[in-house]
Design a protein around this ligand. Structure first.
Ligand SMILES: [Zn+2]
Ligand SMILES: [Zn+2]
Length: 447
C-alpha cells in the first residue's frame, strides 16, 4: 500500500510487522477486539482491504492468531477467504501453520480453496498443517478434501500426496519435522509411504530417509509399521540407516539397520482392514505397536539405546487384574482375552492373534498376488472384523486393560507362518462429491 508512509502507529507484534497501523485495524484483529474493529470499519468500510507491509490482510492477521470472532465477522462482510499476502499465502495456510483449528474450519466452511500454493516453497495448507504438526487441522483439511470438488477433479489420493516445489509430500514434511501424529493421520488417509521426493534439495528421499534425518523414533515406528522400505535408496545411494548414522540418531539407526528384525506391518491392503470401525481399529493398532515394541526391545538389547516406555506399558500392572474366565480367553494363544470377532462366522480371537493372521513381516514389493487370510477356525472368508460383543464402556475398558499383557509376535511364534507379502501402498481413499468448497479460485500452474 502506498499511502501512510508516516511511522505513526507502527507496531510489531510477534508474527507480523504491521507497519503503519494508524487506524488500529491490525492490532484489533490480532487481539480479537471486535468492538474496535467494527468501529473502525463503520467509519471507513474501505479499510477492510488495507494490508500490512507484507501484504497481510486483516483476515490473515486474525486467522493466524486464532481470532475466530474476527474471522467470522470479516467473512460475513464478504471478505474473500483466499486473499493472498506477499508470499501468496492464504489465511487458511496461516491458520494451519499456527494450529488455529476453529479458524481452519471456519475458512473452509466459507469456501477457502485448499488447493492453493504459496510462492516460497510451493506448499499447500496441507503441507503447512503437516510441517507444523497440527494433526487436528490436518484432519479438517483432509475431510474437506474428501467432500469437495478437489476429490472429484484431482482425486483424493492425489491430494493427500500433493507435492511442494521440491517434490515433498505432506508425509515427507511430517516425518522430517518429527510429527508422528501427522504421519499417522496421513498414512491412514492413503499417503504413499515409499514416495520419493525425486526433485532437488533432498533429492530422491523417502519419508523414512527424512525421519532418519529428523531422528524421531515414533515417526520411524509409524512408517515401518506401514511397510516403509528400509532398503530404498536416495539420490546419493544411501539407505535410511546410513542417514540416521550420519546424523547420529542411534536408536533410529538400530531400527533401520537392515540386518535387524523386520517389524510387523499393518495389513492395509486388506478389505476388512480398510473397513474396520474405529474401536476395532484402535485395538488392532495398539496390538501392533505393542508387538513391534517387543521386537524393538530385542533389537536394542545390548545397545546403548533404551526404548522409552509407552504410557500403557505392561510393567507390573497385571497383578490386580481379576481372573479371566476360561471362556473369554483366545482359543489360539490361551493368553489374551478375545476382543475381535470374525464376521460372518462369529468366531472370536484376541487382537494379537488377529494381527498375526493378517500381518506380514517382510514387505515384498515384487509380489503382486496376495491371498486374503481366512478365519483360522472354520476357514471361511472374513467379511469383516468387529469388536467382540462389548456391552458397556466399562467392559470395553477392562478388556483393553486385560489384553494389554504384551506378547511378542515375532516370526515363528504364531501359527500363521508363511503368509505371503502384500504391497506396501496404503488404501486409496474414495472419491467424494458434493459440496463445492471454493469456486473459481483454481491455481493450476503447479503439479
Ligand atoms: Zn490370541
Ligand atoms: Zn470362523
Amino acid at each position: 500500500m502506498g499511502q501512510g508512509l508516516s511511522c505513526t502507529g507502527s507496531h510489531e507484534y510477534g508474527l507480523f510487522f504491521f507497519g503503519d497501523d494508524e487506524h488500529g485495524l491490525f492490532t484489533a484483529a490480532q487481539f480479537g477486539d471486535v468492538k474496535r474493529l467494527k468501529a473502525v470499519l463503520e467509519r471507513d468500510p474501505r479499510l477492510v482491504n488495507q494490508t500490512t507491509y507484507d501484504r497481510h490482510s486483516v483476515l490473515h492477521v486474525a486467522a493466524a492468531n486464532g481470532q475466530i470472532e474476527i474471522v467470522s465477522m470479516l467473512l460475513d462482510r464478504s471478505v474473500k477467504p483466499d486473499v493472498l499476502n506477499r508470499r501468496r499465502q492464504t489465511p487458511l495456510m496461516l491458520a494451519a501453520m499456527h494450529g488455529k483449528i476453529s479458524c481452519v474450519q471456519k475458512l473452509i466452511e466459507a469456501g477457502a480453496n485448499i488447493l492453493m500454493f504459496d510462492s516460497t516453497h510451493g506448499r499447500t495448507c496441507l503441507h503447512y498443517a503437516a510441517y507444523y504438526g497440527h494433526s487436528d487441522c490436518l484432519q479438517a483439511i483432509l475431510s474437506a478434501a474428501r467432500s469437495s470438488h478437489v476429490a472429484a477433479s484431482w482425486g483424493y489420493a492425489r491430494y493427500v500426496n500433493i507435492r511442494d516445489g521440491k517434490g515433498a509430500t505432506p508425509l515427507h514434511l511430517a516425518a522430517r519435522q518429527r510429527r508422528p501424529e501427522c504421519v499417522h493421520v496421513l498414512l491412514d488417509n492413503g499417503a504413499l509411504v515409499c514416495a520419493s521426493t525425486g526433485g532437488y534439495g533432498f533429492p530422491g528421499s523417502t519419508p523414512l530417509h527424512l525421519a532418519a534425518r529428523g531422528g524421531s523414533l515414533d515417526c520411524i515406528r509409524e512408517l515401518l509399521a506401514w511397510g516403509a522400505d528400509r532398503l530404498q535408496r536416495d539420490a546419493s545411494g544411501r539407505i535410511p540407516y546410513t542417514v540416521a548414522l550420519k546424523h547420529k540418531n542411534g536408536a533410529c539407526s538400530a531400527l533401520l539397520n537392515p540386518s535387524s528384525a523386520e517389524p510387523l506391518v499393518w495389513p492395509s491392503p486388506l478389505k476388512f482392514i480398510s473397513e474396520l470401525n474405529a474401536e476395532a481399529k484402535a485395538l488392532l493398532e495398539q496390538a501392533l505397536m505393542e508387538a513391534n515394541r517387543e521386537r524393538e526391545k530385542t533389537i536394542l538389547k545390548g545397545t546403548a539405546y533404551s526404548v522409552p516406555s509407552p504410557s500403557h506399558s505392561d510393567t507390573g500392572t497385571d497383578d490386580n487384574i481379576s481372573e479371566v474366565s476360561e471362556s473369554e480367553l483366545c482359543c489360539i494363544c490361551f493368553d489374551q482375552v478375545c476382543t475381535i470377532e470374525v464376521q460372518d462366522c462369529g468366531h472370536q480371537m484376541c487382537a494379537q492373534c488377529t494381527l498375526a493372521l493378517c500381518c506380514h513381516n517382510k514387505p515384498n514389493p515384487t509380489k503382486t498376488s496376495f491371498n486374503a487370510p481366512v478365519c483360522p477356525f472354520c476357514r471361511s472368508n472374513i467379511a469383516q472384523l468387529v469388536v467382540a460383543n462389548v456391552k458397556t464402556d466399562n467392559e470395553m475398558d477392562s478388556k483393553l486393560r486385560r489384553s494389554k499383557k504384551s506378547r511378542n509376535l515375532s516370526e515363528g511364534s504364531s501359527s500363521f507362518k508363511g503368509l505371503p507379502a502384500m504391497g506396501t501402498f496404503g488404501k486409496l481413499g474414495g472419491r467424494g462429491s458434493g459440496r463445492v468448497a471454493g469456486e473459481n479460485e483454481w491455481v493450476d500452474d503447479k503439479p
